[in-house]
Design a protein around this ligand. Sequence first.
Ligand SMILES: [Zn+2]
Length: 410
Amino acid sequence: MGKLFVSGLSLTLFLIFFAGFVMGKENPEAKAARIHGAVLTIDTHSDTPLNLLREDFELGKKQDQAVTGTKVDLPRMKEGGLDAQFFAVFVGQGPRTPAGDVAGQKKALDILAAIRSSVAANSGQAEIALTPDDAYRLKGLGKRAIFIGLENGYALANDITMVRKFYDMGIRYITLCHTSNNDICDSSTDKKKGSEYHGLSSFGKEVVAEMNRTGMMIDVSHISDESFMDVIRLSKVPVIASHSCARALCDNPRNLTDQDLRALALNGGVIQMCFLSDYVKIPDPNPKRDSAMAVVRSKYNDFEGLTEEQFKQGRIEYRETSRKYPNKLATVQDMVNHIDHIVKVIGIDYVGIGTDFDGGGDLAGCRDVSQMENVTLELVKRGYSEEDIRKIWGGNFMRVFREVQKSATL
Ligand SMILES: [Zn+2]
């Protein structure tokens, strides 16, 4: 007994010494690099497919963000240790007419085809992924997993059967609306129409039920507070906010209030931090930029109802104007403040990352996907454990993804 006690004590002392030695040796950078490589990292929202329409862009070739303004390509994903990403099939809100519906749906199908062919052309670097297991399998192979989400339920073209059809085409979430109201629900940012349905329309309620049945994740980013509460009340499974932050830290209608966060936690869902500077931190006043950007926005009709050519030109002008009158970017630290806040309000199990790269996402310290490890470094510096970081980088989101797929009945 005495002997056993002594050896047990010396083993304990040895372990403490050993742990101290390891901890002493491992600086935050080394610890962040180790964790970042070990956990599955997923970004649930990028608008990279918009670049696939550019002639000077190739998904499989490394580009310099300072020169091209692009934030994501496969070599930079690898460099930044990002294992998986949701590419958004983004359809700007057009006229809510039968002809507008047809055009919106065609646009979605065209972008979907462009994603498929670009990924297929780079099959040595990436594959289309359809399930959480696909992402883990591809990480094991050293390949990037490209998931697909649809940003704007407008592309359903008021046809409920399209939910299942889009699912069969590989889409795994639908953002119910974009910056304007549509036939599904009110948007958080439609200044012209305001609240049209006080939440979901009757078609929107059907869409929520059909998404549940199909195993399609419901994305509540962009929708109004009333729409959010309707979705939470009706959805039988957890939902996602693919790219939104906390309104308590940055008062923007695109962000979720603390009340929303509590409802989201009860629902078992997840909120994915958006790297768009204006949603992370209220910008300092910059009237020159505001008026120059307002001119571009009004010239291009708030980027709604444009032809492909007009949209491309508008984006170029938007980028140039933004570069000419830069705003001081929010930082990675500012973004992690949102994670801290959400963890404080609802705990560690409901938060993740959804950058909105190539759709406005851009932070000092994380200008493009190659710099993703800086997020992990900041989390390490703030004392988040490896298990916490695993949840933030993908564990939480994948839990929701699995649950939604498992509950599908169609
Ligand atoms: Zn968006």
